[in-house]
Design a protein around this ligand. Structure first.
Ligand code: HEM
Length: 166
């Protein structure tokens, strides 16, 4: 088993949340869980040392998506996260209300792990979308570095998932 595979294996075995969804050939592994008290936990293990993006989307595209961008900056040794909204093409802007809690972010030689929580319904009707008990579009993306710039065509996409199923 190669190092990267072992890393992913160990990550899944030691701390899997309820639903585990490998995306982009396993280069972006999404784990989610919704508690009875209405908290969504998200853990992403991605093959990058740059930023990780995740979002709930009306149509599977960026526009109108409720996004999170975060990661671990190896140069500064600091984790970062932001609750964002994509109202125009380009970098999704930071929400006026920040409704995402960073749990942890870390990286090794090949991968970044980002964990955060948010309320299923944050109450921010302007810049957040509610987690529904139905199939929704989930958008994902990764950056090559911790500079919050364009991901490239091969490093973004969307899936359809009922987050409540986890
Ligand atoms: C630095 C911030 C970002 C910039 C400058 C950016 C820019 C772009 C551009 C120019 C496109 C059209 C070209 C293409 O298809 O690749 C695009 C598409 C896309 N991006 Fe981003 N993006 C950013 C962040 C994100 C994040 C955080 C996500 C997901 C969480 C995301 C998900 C997508 C998806 C799914 C598409 C294809 C559908 C669409 O065109 O909307 N992007 N992005």
């Amino acid at each position: 088993m190669g190092f990267a595979n072992f890393f992913i294996f160990a990550t899944l075995v030691t701390s899997a949340l309820s639903a585990v969804v490998p995306i982009n050939g396993g280069k972006y592994i999404l784990e989610t869980r919704v508690t009875l008290t209405g908290i969504l936990s998200v853990k992403i293990t991605a093959e990058t040392l740059g930023w990780i993006g995740w979002g709930i989307s009306p149509r599977g595209t960026m526009m109108g998506s409720d996004m999170v961008m975060g990661g671990f900056n190896g140069a500064t040794g600091e984790a970062y996260i932001g609750d964002r909204y994509a109202s125009h093409p380009g970098l999704p802007e930071l929400d006026r209300e920040q409704n995402v809690e960073l749990v942890s972010a870390s990286e090794n030689a090949t991968h970044t792990v980002l964990e955060f929580t948010r309320a299923v319904d944050t109450g921010d009707i302007d810049q957040d979308l509610t987690v529904e008990n139905e199939v929704q579009f989930i958008v994902w993306a990764i950056g090559d570095t911790d500079d919050l710039v364009y991901h490239g065509v091969g490093s973004r996409g969307s899936i359809q998932l009922n987050l409540m199923d986890g």
